[in-house]
Design a protein around this ligand. Structure first.
Ligand SMILES: Nc1ncnc2c1ncn2[C@@H]1O[C@H](COP(=O)(O)OP(=O)(O)OP(=O)(O)O)[C@@H](O)[C@H]1O
Length: 243
Protein backbone atom coordinates (compact mmCIF):
# COMPACT_ATOMS: atom_id res chain seq x y z
CA UNK A 1 0.00 0.00 0.00
CA UNK A 2 1.33 3.51 -0.78
CA UNK A 3 2.46 5.31 2.35
CA UNK A 4 4.96 7.87 3.66
CA UNK A 5 6.74 7.41 6.96
CA UNK A 6 9.15 9.89 8.48
CA UNK A 7 11.03 9.44 11.74
CA UNK A 8 13.16 12.20 13.21
CA UNK A 9 13.54 13.82 9.79
CA UNK A 10 15.85 16.86 9.71
CA UNK A 11 17.07 19.06 6.87
CA UNK A 12 19.78 21.75 7.10
CA UNK A 13 20.94 24.18 4.44
CA UNK A 14 24.56 25.31 4.81
CA UNK A 15 25.11 29.00 4.07
CA UNK A 16 28.44 28.72 2.25
CA UNK A 17 28.81 32.41 1.40
CA UNK A 18 28.99 33.47 5.06
CA UNK A 19 32.79 33.52 5.16
CA UNK A 20 33.34 36.59 7.32
CA UNK A 21 33.86 35.71 10.99
CA UNK A 22 32.20 38.91 12.15
CA UNK A 23 29.04 38.14 10.18
CA UNK A 24 28.98 34.58 11.51
CA UNK A 25 29.38 35.89 15.05
CA UNK A 26 26.61 38.41 14.61
CA UNK A 27 24.22 35.79 13.23
CA UNK A 28 24.96 33.36 16.03
CA UNK A 29 24.61 36.10 18.64
CA UNK A 30 21.06 36.68 17.42
CA UNK A 31 20.31 33.28 19.04
CA UNK A 32 17.98 32.35 16.22
CA UNK A 33 16.45 28.91 16.59
CA UNK A 34 16.78 28.47 12.81
CA UNK A 35 20.52 29.13 12.52
CA UNK A 36 23.28 27.09 14.09
CA UNK A 37 26.90 26.15 13.52
CA UNK A 38 27.46 22.56 12.36
CA UNK A 39 30.42 20.25 13.11
CA UNK A 40 32.36 21.76 10.15
CA UNK A 41 31.84 25.29 11.59
CA UNK A 42 29.45 26.23 8.80
CA UNK A 43 26.36 28.28 9.60
CA UNK A 44 23.32 26.22 8.61
CA UNK A 45 19.63 27.07 8.34
CA UNK A 46 17.73 24.41 10.22
CA UNK A 47 14.84 24.04 7.76
CA UNK A 48 13.20 20.91 9.24
CA UNK A 49 13.78 19.60 12.75
CA UNK A 50 12.99 16.13 13.97
CA UNK A 51 9.74 15.52 12.07
CA UNK A 52 7.92 12.23 12.67
CA UNK A 53 4.65 11.29 10.96
CA UNK A 54 3.01 8.58 8.89
CA UNK A 55 0.67 9.23 5.98
CA UNK A 56 -1.45 6.29 4.81
CA UNK A 57 -3.32 5.64 1.58
CA UNK A 58 -6.56 7.62 1.47
CA UNK A 59 -5.17 10.62 3.36
CA UNK A 60 -5.14 14.12 1.86
CA UNK A 61 -2.72 16.18 3.87
CA UNK A 62 -2.34 19.95 3.86
CA UNK A 63 0.98 21.42 4.98
CA UNK A 64 0.29 24.85 6.43
CA UNK A 65 2.36 27.41 8.31
CA UNK A 66 3.76 30.88 7.86
CA UNK A 67 6.44 31.91 5.33
CA UNK A 68 9.62 29.96 5.90
CA UNK A 69 7.95 27.35 8.12
CA UNK A 70 9.37 24.50 6.01
CA UNK A 71 6.44 23.43 3.77
CA UNK A 72 8.29 23.53 0.44
CA UNK A 73 11.38 21.94 1.97
CA UNK A 74 9.28 19.06 3.29
CA UNK A 75 7.59 18.55 -0.11
CA UNK A 76 10.98 18.53 -1.86
CA UNK A 77 12.34 16.08 0.69
CA UNK A 78 9.37 13.75 0.11
CA UNK A 79 10.03 14.06 -3.65
CA UNK A 80 13.65 12.97 -3.11
CA UNK A 81 15.20 16.33 -4.07
CA UNK A 82 16.79 16.84 -0.65
CA UNK A 83 18.58 14.22 1.40
CA UNK A 84 17.82 14.39 5.16
CA UNK A 85 20.80 15.13 7.40
CA UNK A 86 19.20 13.00 10.10
CA UNK A 87 16.27 10.65 10.51
CA UNK A 88 14.58 8.12 8.27
CA UNK A 89 12.16 8.59 5.39
CA UNK A 90 10.24 5.84 3.63
CA UNK A 91 8.12 6.71 0.59
CA UNK A 92 6.27 3.77 -0.96
CA UNK A 93 4.38 4.43 -4.21
CA UNK A 94 4.78 6.26 -7.52
CA UNK A 95 5.29 10.00 -7.03
CA UNK A 96 3.89 12.86 -9.06
CA UNK A 97 5.50 16.12 -8.01
CA UNK A 98 3.93 19.44 -8.99
CA UNK A 99 6.51 21.49 -7.14
CA UNK A 100 8.50 23.62 -9.51
CA UNK A 101 7.25 24.70 -12.96
CA UNK A 102 10.67 24.38 -14.54
CA UNK A 103 11.75 21.13 -12.86
CA UNK A 104 12.83 18.56 -15.42
CA UNK A 105 12.40 21.05 -18.27
CA UNK A 106 15.17 22.13 -20.66
CA UNK A 107 15.01 25.94 -20.91
CA UNK A 108 16.57 25.99 -24.39
CA UNK A 109 14.17 23.43 -25.83
CA UNK A 110 10.73 24.44 -27.12
CA UNK A 111 7.52 23.59 -25.31
CA UNK A 112 6.87 20.84 -27.85
CA UNK A 113 10.37 19.34 -27.39
CA UNK A 114 9.99 19.43 -23.63
CA UNK A 115 6.73 17.51 -23.81
CA UNK A 116 8.40 14.84 -25.97
CA UNK A 117 11.38 14.66 -23.57
CA UNK A 118 9.02 14.16 -20.65
CA UNK A 119 7.16 11.44 -22.58
CA UNK A 120 10.42 9.62 -23.40
CA UNK A 121 11.49 9.92 -19.76
CA UNK A 122 8.21 8.26 -18.75
CA UNK A 123 9.02 5.43 -21.17
CA UNK A 124 6.36 6.26 -23.78
CA UNK A 125 6.67 5.12 -27.40
CA UNK A 126 7.08 7.59 -30.30
CA UNK A 127 3.37 7.31 -31.12
CA UNK A 128 2.42 7.87 -27.46
CA UNK A 129 4.76 10.91 -27.30
CA UNK A 130 3.06 12.33 -30.38
CA UNK A 131 -0.33 11.89 -28.72
CA UNK A 132 1.07 13.51 -25.56
CA UNK A 133 2.22 16.56 -27.55
CA UNK A 134 -1.23 16.84 -29.13
CA UNK A 135 -3.06 16.58 -25.83
CA UNK A 136 -0.69 18.68 -23.69
CA UNK A 137 -0.35 21.27 -26.47
CA UNK A 138 -4.11 21.58 -26.83
CA UNK A 139 -4.76 21.72 -23.11
CA UNK A 140 -2.02 24.28 -22.36
CA UNK A 141 -3.52 26.68 -24.92
CA UNK A 142 0.02 27.86 -25.77
CA UNK A 143 -0.65 27.67 -29.53
CA UNK A 144 2.30 29.10 -31.53
CA UNK A 145 4.37 29.46 -28.33
CA UNK A 146 4.65 25.68 -28.25
CA UNK A 147 7.45 26.07 -30.82
CA UNK A 148 9.40 28.71 -28.89
CA UNK A 149 12.17 27.93 -26.30
CA UNK A 150 10.59 27.84 -22.86
CA UNK A 151 13.17 30.21 -21.33
CA UNK A 152 11.17 32.96 -23.08
CA UNK A 153 7.91 31.93 -21.38
CA UNK A 154 6.22 34.07 -18.74
CA UNK A 155 5.72 32.47 -15.30
CA UNK A 156 2.07 31.80 -16.17
CA UNK A 157 2.99 30.16 -19.47
CA UNK A 158 5.47 27.86 -17.71
CA UNK A 159 2.75 26.88 -15.25
CA UNK A 160 0.38 26.08 -18.11
CA UNK A 161 2.92 23.85 -19.81
CA UNK A 162 4.02 21.94 -16.71
CA UNK A 163 0.42 21.63 -15.58
CA UNK A 164 -0.62 20.16 -18.93
CA UNK A 165 2.24 17.64 -18.86
CA UNK A 166 2.05 16.76 -15.18
CA UNK A 167 -1.69 16.17 -15.11
CA UNK A 168 -1.38 13.52 -17.79
CA UNK A 169 0.15 11.16 -15.22
CA UNK A 170 -1.77 9.33 -12.53
CA UNK A 171 0.61 9.01 -9.56
CA UNK A 172 -0.21 7.17 -6.32
CA UNK A 173 1.35 9.99 -4.28
CA UNK A 174 0.68 13.52 -5.46
CA UNK A 175 2.92 16.25 -4.01
CA UNK A 176 1.77 19.76 -4.83
CA UNK A 177 2.96 23.26 -3.98
CA UNK A 178 0.41 26.01 -4.16
CA UNK A 179 1.97 27.94 -7.04
CA UNK A 180 0.34 25.19 -9.09
CA UNK A 181 -3.05 26.69 -8.32
CA UNK A 182 -1.90 30.12 -9.50
CA UNK A 183 -2.72 30.07 -13.20
CA UNK A 184 -4.89 32.83 -14.64
CA UNK A 185 -8.64 32.58 -14.03
CA UNK A 186 -9.43 31.50 -17.58
CA UNK A 187 -6.89 28.66 -17.50
CA UNK A 188 -7.79 27.54 -13.96
CA UNK A 189 -11.45 27.30 -14.96
CA UNK A 190 -10.42 24.75 -17.59
CA UNK A 191 -7.79 23.15 -15.39
CA UNK A 192 -9.81 22.64 -12.22
CA UNK A 193 -11.71 19.58 -13.49
CA UNK A 194 -8.47 17.92 -14.49
CA UNK A 195 -6.81 18.82 -11.22
CA UNK A 196 -9.71 17.44 -9.19
CA UNK A 197 -9.43 14.19 -11.15
CA UNK A 198 -5.72 13.99 -10.41
CA UNK A 199 -6.28 14.72 -6.71
CA UNK A 200 -9.16 12.25 -6.38
CA UNK A 201 -7.23 9.60 -8.37
CA UNK A 202 -4.16 9.73 -6.14
CA UNK A 203 -3.97 7.51 -3.05
CA UNK A 204 -2.15 10.21 -1.10
CA UNK A 205 -2.14 13.99 -1.55
CA UNK A 206 0.34 16.26 0.20
CA UNK A 207 -0.37 19.91 -0.58
CA UNK A 208 1.45 22.98 0.75
CA UNK A 209 -0.83 26.00 0.81
CA UNK A 210 -1.85 29.22 2.52
CA UNK A 211 -5.40 28.90 1.16
CA UNK A 212 -7.62 27.49 3.90
CA UNK A 213 -10.63 27.23 1.56
CA UNK A 214 -8.65 24.75 -0.56
CA UNK A 215 -7.58 22.88 2.58
CA UNK A 216 -11.19 22.49 3.68
CA UNK A 217 -12.27 21.46 0.19
CA UNK A 218 -9.58 18.89 -0.56
CA UNK A 219 -7.88 17.75 2.61
CA UNK A 220 -8.67 15.35 5.45
CA UNK A 221 -5.67 16.16 7.63
CA UNK A 222 -3.54 19.21 8.39
CA UNK A 223 0.09 19.29 9.49
CA UNK A 224 0.99 22.78 10.70
CA UNK A 225 4.70 23.60 10.61
CA UNK A 226 6.32 26.39 12.60
CA UNK A 227 10.06 27.12 12.39
CA UNK A 228 10.69 23.72 10.85
CA UNK A 229 8.84 21.71 13.50
CA UNK A 230 5.41 20.10 13.58
CA UNK A 231 3.24 22.39 15.68
CA UNK A 232 -0.06 20.57 15.12
CA UNK A 233 -1.16 17.42 13.31
CA UNK A 234 -4.78 16.34 13.14
CA UNK A 235 -8.03 16.47 11.21
CA UNK A 236 -8.91 19.71 9.43
CA UNK A 237 -11.41 20.57 12.19
CA UNK A 238 -8.92 19.81 14.96
CA UNK A 239 -6.15 22.00 13.53
CA UNK A 240 -8.11 24.80 11.83
CA UNK A 241 -11.24 24.76 13.97
CA UNK A 242 -14.82 24.58 12.66
CA UNK A 243 -15.50 26.06 9.20
N1 LIG B 1 18.19 26.50 -0.75
C1 LIG B 1 18.13 27.04 0.47
N2 LIG B 1 19.25 27.54 1.08
C2 LIG B 1 19.19 28.06 2.31
N3 LIG B 1 18.07 28.14 3.05
C3 LIG B 1 16.94 27.65 2.51
C4 LIG B 1 16.89 27.09 1.19
N4 LIG B 1 15.62 26.70 0.94
C5 LIG B 1 14.91 27.01 2.04
N5 LIG B 1 15.69 27.58 2.98
C6 LIG B 1 15.28 28.02 4.33
O1 LIG B 1 14.54 26.96 4.92
C7 LIG B 1 13.44 27.47 5.66
C8 LIG B 1 12.16 26.83 5.14
O2 LIG B 1 11.87 27.32 3.84
P1 LIG B 1 10.63 26.79 2.97
O3 LIG B 1 10.79 27.35 1.59
O4 LIG B 1 10.53 25.32 3.12
O5 LIG B 1 9.40 27.48 3.71
P2 LIG B 1 7.85 27.51 3.29
O6 LIG B 1 7.08 27.09 4.51
O7 LIG B 1 7.62 26.74 2.05
O8 LIG B 1 7.63 29.07 3.05
P3 LIG B 1 6.65 29.88 2.05
O9 LIG B 1 5.28 29.82 2.64
O10 LIG B 1 7.23 31.27 2.12
O11 LIG B 1 6.77 29.26 0.69
C9 LIG B 1 13.48 28.99 5.50
O12 LIG B 1 14.13 29.51 6.66
C10 LIG B 1 14.35 29.23 4.29
O13 LIG B 1 15.08 30.42 4.43
Amino acid sequence: MPHIEAQGLSINFPLYHLGARSLKKRLMAAASIRLREDDSHRIVVVALRDLSFRINAGERVALVGSNGAGKTTLLRTLAGTYEPVAGRLEVEGTIGALLDPSAGMDPDATGRENIVLRGLFLGLSDAECKALVEEAGRFSGLNEFLDVPIRTYSAGMSIRLSFAVATLMSPQILLMDEWFLAGDADFMARASERLEKLVVGADILVLATHDMAIVRRWCTRVIRLASGRIEADGTVEEVLGPA
